[in-house]
Ligand binder design. Structure first.
Ligand SMILES: [Fe+2]
Ligand SMILES: [Fe+2]
Length: 285
């Protein structure tokens, strides 16, 4: 069994490097013949209010030949907490616009003997009705997953790389995270995958792999981000999850033709940020 995780494609109606890299990554993914492909969010470039970005993203993602499931990132639906990026808080309208293009913002997919679970990290601590619905859905998860080994995907990591940095910008918030972990303790989670940090890192939690997926779009590494995000590999790529029995093994994979670039070196990123009225210095993903 093979699950491919792709993340942080940051596709835009303006075209350019991020779109071309997403297309290259998808060609590579198709050559790997996965049983399921999971996109862990930040599908679109920057602004969760641009339908034009969503339309182009949906068209590019339609190139994935295996079954595809997508969960949203902060650039797709906005984010919870104080000071959301670009003054775009997560709202019911933004979640609805996302769902109209990419389907539900959470899922359980039964693949062979496994259950693959996708959760919308941006709803936690939002206070939206969609958050309450997701908690209820999480309560019912053990009935659906039953005894199956499970992989759990979120856009933001459940735990921040450093405990003192647990907040809604970098990870799931400090109030929701322990409650989510309590919910997930009722199923047999064999691996965790997230995006958002734009670097590959493999750590362990109770003997289970915890993977931060690389982006396919751009790198954000800097001295400050390293302090914030912990050590990781700043190279564009994807994650291949090899599943056997009740064991999940993650592997960093990258096609040779991905064009590595830093966030602000990409014209479309600068244009998207400019349209949002965001200053181009001191940014993270
Ligand atoms: Fe991202
Ligand atoms: Fe993100």
């Amino acid at each position: 069994m093979k699950i491919i995780q792709i993340s942080d494609t940051h596709i835009t109606h303006l075209g350019g490097t991020t779109n071309e890299n997403a297309e290259r990554a998808i060609r590579f993914i198709n050559s790997l013949q996965a049983d399921l492909v999971v996109h862990t969010g930040d599908v679109t470039i920057m602004d969760p209010d641009r339908d034009a970005d969503r339309e182009v993203a949906a068209r590019i993602l339609a190139g994935v030949e295996a079954p595809l499931k997508v969960i949203p990132g902060n650039h797709d639906v906005g984010e919870p907490g104080d000071n959301p990026f670009g003054d775009r808080p997560v709202t019911s309208e933004r979640v609805a616009a996302y769902r109209a293009h990419f389907g539900d913002d959470r899922f359980v997919e039964l693949v062979g003997d496994w259950a693959v679970v996708g959760i919308d990290s941006e709803l936690f601590e939002s206070g939206l009705p969609e958050e309450a619905e997701q908690w209820e859905w999480l309560e019912r998860l053990p009935e659906v997953v039953a005894e199956r080994p499970a992989l759990v995907f979120t856009h933001k990591p459940i735990r921040a790389p450093r405990a003192e940095q647990q907040d809604t910008h970098l990870s799931i918030g400090s109030v929701a995270a322990p409650r989510l972990e309590e919910s997930l303790a009722k199923i047999d989670v064999r691996g965790y995958g997230s995006g958002h940090l734009h670097h590959y890192a493999l750590t362990w939690l109770d003997g289970r792999p915890v993977v931060s997926a690389p982006s396919t779009a751009f790198n954000v590494a800097s001295e400050t981000s390293a302090e914030l995000m912990g050590p990781g590999l700043s190279q564009l790529g994807i994650v291949e999850w090899a599943l056997a029995e009740r064991t999940a093994k993650p592997y960093f994979r990258a096609p040779l033709d991905l064009e590595d670039a830093f966030l602000l070196e990409i014209d479309a990123v600068r244009a998207a940020l400019d349209e949002m009225g965001i200053s181009l210095t001191g940014l993270s993903a």
